[in-house]
Design a binder for this molecule. Structure first.
Ligand code: D9A
Length: 404
């Protein structure tokens, strides 16, 4: 749970934190009896604490398909990320991964910690996969095939242009959006959403991760690949590593803000995607990560800490988002609040200020045009308050940066 200090500073975090803890205990009791399914659900909760809980609340059939899809993708990632595997070995594994999932005898040892366990016990995953309905299997196979090929293409390639950045993010995240939309459709709970909107759902999440994880990625030993596109960072520095050195912190901030502005482009598509969903549990499953993403972008914007340490939302705020994201009105409210926070952080002398502000305005317009912004608890004030930008003063901004 959150630290005592954090709870004392944010006492209203306590209730959502307790609720989350209870949900986690409940989920732990619901592990299925069959050993291969027990393995999959135990793994799921190990690799992803809060997202695992959100998967758990889906209906039984879809839950199994999503759990397997999630773990297959994690396994593929483990192969992609393991820098000790030679290129000549790695590429054929990535390209044939969609066939390995049908073979309970296949396994390949790599990765560390829980990912090593996942790879060593891969047969548990393929055994479970083979029990899914054919419709689900085919979606997972198709996405795994396309993602593996995309990863292989980028293994030795740097991300140069913004188009390449979008293409790389499509392979590793956009395709996840496409696959999930097809799984929802196969479950008969949803209509089929367009590939373009599904892709945006992945790009918004992945770009947020790439921004937030700058320092972790750049400091990785052995050196890992970086995904910030040269077309953006070369406007500010000669080498991507230079962003973390103090002497040029104004350039670093401008570059960071440019990256956040690029990511904001996907927010409107995401709102459209979510507004088309009908099933409440699928809705929550999709909406919680998106609200976290816009919150994280608001937190990272103009924040030098991205280059100095880990910038993450406090656990209490994550718990609040999980507790309070249930309807489209909640999502519009959250996107509106976090956009307002962003707006206050934009400084006039930032080279992209105009572009950033116009993207923020477009998001806010989308939220207010819905007609669903009403009396609700704001993430910024966190009392029952209508968050009207005309009422907001600069003092509030300081409060909000502490609250987040
Ligand atoms: C998702 Cl099946 C992801 N990724 C996420 C998590 O959300 C998406 C990986 C596998 C699956 C799903 C996600 C959720 C709902 C709808 C989606 C969707 O599309 C319609 O994907 C686009 O991040 C990873 C990619 C971005 C690469 C796709 C959310 C998640 N959160 C983490 C928190 C964190 O900080 O990473 O995994 C967690 O709770 O551990």
């Amino acid at each position: 749970m959150g630290s005592l200090g954090a709870i004392l500073r944010h006492p209203d975090d306590l209730y959502p934190l307790l609720k989350l803890k209870i949900a986690a205990n409940h989920a732990a009791k619901q592990i299925p009896p069959e050993p291969h399914w027990a393995f999959c659900y135990t793994m799921l909760h190990k690799v992803s604490r809060s997202f695992g809980l959100v998967i758990q609340q889906l209906g039984p059939e879809l839950r199994n398909a999503v759990c397997i899809f999630y773990l297959v993708l994690r396994a593929l990632d483990t192969v992609e990320d393991d820098t000790s595997i030679n290129f000549d070995i790695k590429v054929p594994i990535l390209e044939a991964f969609h066939r390995h999932i049908y073979d309970p005898k296949w396994h390949f040892s790599c990765g560390t910690k829980e990912y090593k366990v996942l790879m060593d016990q891969f047969h548990q995953l393929s055994t479970s996969f083979l029990e899914l309905g054919k419709g689900y299997q085919e979606v997972i196979e198709d996405i795994t095939k396309r993602m593996g090929a995309g990863m292989a293409k980028y293994i030795l390639k740097e991300v140069e242009t913004v188009d390449e950045y979008d293409e790389y993010c499509h392979y590793v995240a956009g395709l996840v959006g496409l696959g999930l939309s097809k799984l929802f459709y196969a479950s008969k709970f949803e209509d089929l959403v367009s590939d373009s909107l599904s892709n945006s759902m992945g790009l918004f999440l992945q770009k947020t991760n790439i921004i937030r994880d700058y320092l972790e990625d750049i400091n990785e030993i052995p050196k890992s690949r970086m995904f910030w596109p040269r077309e953006i960072w070369s406007k500010y520095v000669n080498k991507l590593e230079d962003l973390k050195y103090k002497e040029i912190s104004d350039k670093a901030i401008q570059c960071l803000n440019d990256m956040v502005t690029d990511a904001l482009l996907h927010a409107e598509d995401c709102l459209k995607y979510m507004s088309d969903l009908r099933d409440p549990s699928i809705f929550r499953f999709c909406a919680i990560p998106q609200v976290m993403a816009i919150g994280t972008l608001a937190l990272c914007y103009n924040n030098i800490e991205v280059f100095r340490g880990v910038v993450k939302m406090r656990r209490g705020l994550t718990a609040k988002i999980i507790d309070r994201t249930n309807t489209m009105a909640d999502v519009y409210g959250a996107f509106f609040d976090f956009s307002t926070m962003l707006k206050f952080k934009v400084e006039k002398n930032d080279p992209n200020a105009t572009k950033t502000l116009s993207r923020i305005e477009a998001i806010q317009k989308c939220c207010s045009n819905s007609g669903l912004l009403n009396q609700r608890r704001s993430y910024i004030l966190d009392t029952k308050a209508r968050f009207n930008s005309a009422l907001v003063n600069p003092i509030l901004f300081h409060i909000s940066s502490d609250i987040i």
